[in-house]
Design a protein around this ligand. Sequence first.
Ligand SMILES: Nc1ccn([C@@H]2O[C@H](COP(=O)(O)OP(=O)(O)OP(=O)(O)O)[C@@H](O)[C@H]2O)c(=O)n1
Ligand SMILES: C[C@](O)(CO)[C@H](O)COP(=O)(O)O
Length: 232
Amino acid sequence: MNNRVGVVIVAAGRGSRMGTQESKQFLLLRDKPIFIHTLEIFAAMPEVDEMVMVTGAEDVERCREWIRQYQIEKNVQVVAGGSERQHSVYHGLRHLQADWVMVHDGVRPLIQPELVRSCLEAAQRTGASVAAVPVKDTVKQVNGDGIITATPDRRSLWSIQTPQTFRLSDLLRAYKEAEQAGFLGTDDSTLVERLGIPVTVVQGSYKNIKITTPEDLDMAALWVKTEGEDIK
Ligand SMILES: Nc1ccn([C@@H]2O[C@H](COP(=O)(O)OP(=O)(O)OP(=O)(O)O)[C@@H](O)[C@H]2O)c(=O)n1
Ligand SMILES: C[C@](O)(CO)[C@H](O)COP(=O)(O)O
């Protein structure tokens, strides 16, 4: 069966909104670097056949060392990324031979294996999937003068997370076409949507946060799995 699953973990950003000197993916969450929590979840899953981690060129060696130190269960290729998330993902994809690819942010360490499995199952059933949660707040569109111009119907709005799961061939084509068109998106799905491929939304978790600003790290520290205690 052609169902081999590859995972690309992107962790090549600078974390400018976190405001720390150290890139946020290397900050300690409880006792270990954020990205190690993320790798451990995917590496422990039998469904995952290949793993690639993308990081800054200057961080490749220390990431390999951390991966050895924390005895990550699977072989993880560590490769250099680019100046935008989109470039980093594209670099990572080129190192996979799998049939399916799950792209996940290294700074979403609270991902749970059950959600990863739901995303994979949905993608293999429908062709493509993203994890997402319904928006809880009222969302406004605001113009450059700070004036509200529209209030979209919240019932159709979802906050998009990762994992984002696709056929590797579709995602490579989406990335190639976006690059040729000079199109830059903030997630992987946007590039696949441009090809007219339907993408299924999988109900994610409000705890699957992207650690972006300092208060996110505080929340994650409260929620992170500790000995004998689950974060669900
Ligand atoms: N050139 C980049 C930019 C981002 N990412 C990764 O994409 C994920 C989501 O990006 P974001 O939270 O925006 O991270 P940063 O770009 O690091 O944050 P900021 O925008 O605050 O600088 C992170 O795991 C980040 O490391 C990446 O691999 N390569
Ligand atoms: C892919 C993503 O996690 C979906 O929410 C997100 O778009 C990437 O982070 P950024 O802050 O938009 O760069």
